[in-house]
Design a binder for this molecule. Structure first.
Ligand code: SF4
Ligand code: MG
Length: 319
């Protein structure tokens, strides 16, 4: 089957200029990323903050322009769409952010906040729109009387439900979730994750799920891409990644996740040093400055991506 969304060779470099406007350096925020999103699945992107994962979501929605690459959605490259085509695609690709509160107008009632995307995309009559707002409130677990309330009257978890309702009300195919539960208490996190899974079934959604927390990613993703310094260093179905992590960076990330049985001991791998600056990424393997298996070749040669078992890819000279 064909992917619903296919990202190929995506790069985003930001120019850093001095006060005279002369270019000083380039930040390689996304450094040649490729992945596929299939219908009805969740593809998780995990990595430390600053690894470029949020920038990927923002380029896909054309909030920022990529430096290079393609994103094929319904046989068309998102990066080459006309304004009119883009409006249509924007309806089908929605985004949910970490902090919906910052984007919820404090002076507007929830009802009109939720109606707004329908107006932008010119969907329905006034009555039809009101009906859809009622319907989506119910779907995300809010009450009809919440329609008349203001954003500040809600808890963090409820605000994320409003953010979700606002993304889903236009009936998208793909939802890019950027750290949607990172600002919430752990107990609320699982409620929202369960809600996302239920809505995925009900509304036939595909998720690109971006998060730094590998436990959260694990609970929602069918497949996972592990990002480091603007690159996906390993990609695998969730079970395969957890049972057999191949990249030394993935191994370190997973070693920090508590095991279900406390008696099962696992060595905690502490990464030495800081994440290098994306302005000056290390030569060869970008992870070589922190890797405990580093070899000579790692400093000189960029490792190629290899498929080690079905759909399990890694870029590392050890393999
Ligand atoms: Fe470590 Fe070398 Fe593999 Fe990079 S290529 S992760 S430095 S062993
Ligand atoms: Mg981010």
């Amino acid at each position: 089957t064909n992917p619903l969304l296919e990202v190929k060779g995506l790069k985003k470099y930001f120019d850093v200029r001095n006060p005279l406007g002369r270019m000083e350096a380039q930040v390689k925020a996304i450094n040649d990323v490729s992945f596929q999103l299939y219908e009805g699945e969740t593809f998780g992107l995990v990595g430390e903050s600053g690894c470029g994962k949020s920038t990927i979501g923002r380029t896909l929605l054309r909030l920022i322009d990529p430096t290079e690459g393609e994103a094929i959605y319904q046989n068309k490259d998102i990066f080459k769409l006309s304004k009119k085509e883009l409006r249509n695609v924007r309806q089908q690709l929605q985004m949910v952010f970490q902090d919906p509160y910052s984007s919820l107008n404090p002076r507007k009632r929830v009802g009109s906040i939720l109606e707004e995307p329908l107006k932008i995309h010119r969907i329905g009559t006034k009555e039809e729109r009101t009906e859809r707002v009622m319907d989506i409130l119910d779907k995300v677990g809010l009450r009809i009387d919440h329609y008349f309330r203001f954003p500040h009257e809600f808890s963090g978890g409820q605000r994320q439900r409003i953010g979700l309702a606002r993304a889903l009300i236009v009936n998208p195919n793909v939802v890019i979730c950027d750290e949607p539960v990172s600002a919430l208490d752990v107990s609320i996190q699982s409620q929202i994750i369960n809600l996302l899974r239920r809505l995925q079934e009900e509304m036939k959604l595909s998720y690109l799920f971006i998060a730094h927390d590998i436990s959260v990613i694990r609970h929602i993703s069918d497949r996972i891409g592990v990002m480091y310094l603007g690159k996906i260093v390993e990609e695998a179905p969730t079970d395969s990644l957890f049972s057999d992590p191949l990249h030394p960076y993935t191994q370190a990330l997973l070693s920090a996740v508590p095991l279900p049985q406390p008696k099962d001991k696992r060595e905690r791998i502490i990464l030495e040093g800081e994440m290098p600056s994306p302005m000056n990424p290390p030569s060869g393997c970008i992870f070589h400055t922190r890797c405990r298996y580093v070899m000579d070749i790692c400093k000189r040669q960029v490792p190629v991506r290899k498929e080690m078992s079905t759909s399990h890819f890694v870029s590392c000279h050890l393999h």
